[in-house]
Design a protein around this ligand. Structure first.
Ligand code: 13P
Length: 334
């Protein structure tokens, strides 16, 4: 990569990692979106998904708290009710367009309970198309389950290798790669177990990333917070989550990585905000931090909307309120 290309990536990172703002993950696959709709009796149709994304992407004022949005393939091609492309709506608000490019999890053969993320085949051509549709950053998620046997060294190494190869393809297309190795919340593990697993996963990932010469300043890590399992007794509080998460990041993430953002991973919206606030209270850190939640940003608004046109304003109010509290958390102010 030449200097001009590197500067392009760094500029995208800088815009995404602006202070007081975060990145909305609105890249649920149709199947995941359908499940969330079904729980509220909302029909699982393309038009209903488009309406829901319009509520979020066209919410007046969201640009004060949102620097970028990660879209799903269907949404990057859709338009608002006036026929204006969502990508143009976002551009006018100075919100960067991101795209989920992985094709989901598949069983890892001979590794029961583990998965590898698929989608490298044909990725350069897809990346070229997404770039022409306006994307400046992309996301790829790998998932790691904590149990007595998992994650295995093989799963950490293979997923790390795949994430690194994806990151190289992104950067070759001037697209900032967001690498997302999610350590799942499921289970009854302690926060200390989550800490050890997250360290192993991140070390494996950055080994692969360095081996493939990914440009670190043009890369964003999207990580899970270090949490006790969903079913653990005496779950760790926000202070413990903040301390453990920052300890892991300092030990495993090279200082010149462009930014670190957090997924919510099934925490309640209030938990995710409080835990993110506790992490941000440790700043200054080597990297800028931001929130990049899906469920923890959308859940209040989705409930308020419930599929009814008459509730759109309420849904947007709930969305803005949640964005504002995460913007406060980004400054460690809560
Ligand atoms: P959650 O915040 O709901 O975990 O989603 C973030 C995300 O991008 C999942 O890939």
């Amino acid at each position: 990569m030449d200097n001009v290309e590197i500067e392009k990536l760094k500029n995208t990172v800088k815009l995404l990692m602006q202070d007081k703002k975060g990145i909305l993950a609105a890249d649920e696959s149709n199947a995941t979106c359908g499940k969330r709709f079904a729980s509220l009796g909302i029909p699982d149709t393309e038009e209903e998904r488009r309406r829901w994304r319009e509520i979020l992407l066209c919410a007046p004022g969201a640009q004060d708290f949102v620097s970028g949005v990660i879209l799903f393939d269907e949404t990057i091609r859709q338009s608002d009710s006036n026929g204006k492309k969502f990508t143009d709506v976002l551009k006018e608000k100075n919100i960067l367009v991101g795209i989920k490019v992985d094709e989901g999890l598949q069983d890892f053969i001979d590794h029961t309970g583990e998965t590898l993320t698929h989608g490298l085949n044909g990725l350069p051509a897809r990346m070229q198309e997404y770039k022409s549709l306006g994307a400046t950053f992309a996301k790829w998620r790998a998932a790691f389950n904590i149990s007595d046997r998992t994650p295995s060294d093989d799963a950490i190494r293979e997923n790390g290798e795949i994430l690194a190869r994806y990151a190289v393809i992104c950067q070759e297309h001037d697209i900032v790669p967001m690498v997302e190795p999610e350590v799942l919340l499921d289970g009854n593990h302690s926060i200390d177990e989550a800490k050890e697993v997250t360290k192993k996963v991140l070390k494996g990932l950055f080994e692969a990333i360095e081996k493939h010469h990914v440009h670190l300043e043009g890369l964003i890590l999207k990580t899970s917070m270090v949490l006790s399992g969903k079913d653990a007794e005496n779950r760790a509080d926000a202070k413990a989550v903040g301390d453990a998460t920052v300890e892991v990041l300092k030990e495993c993430v090279p200082a010149n990585v462009g930014g670190v953002v957090f997924l919510s991973g099934g925490q309640t919206p209030d938990e995710a905000t409080a835990n993110f606030n506790a992490i941000a209270q440790h700043e200054p850190l080597p990297w800028p931090l931001a929130f990049s939640f899906s469920r923890a940003l959308q859940n209040d608004a989705l409930l308020a909307w419930g599929g009814k046109i008459s509730n759109i304003e309420l849904a947007r109010e709930a969305f803005l309120k949640r964005l504002e509290s995460n913007s406060q958390a980004d400054q460690g102010l809560l």
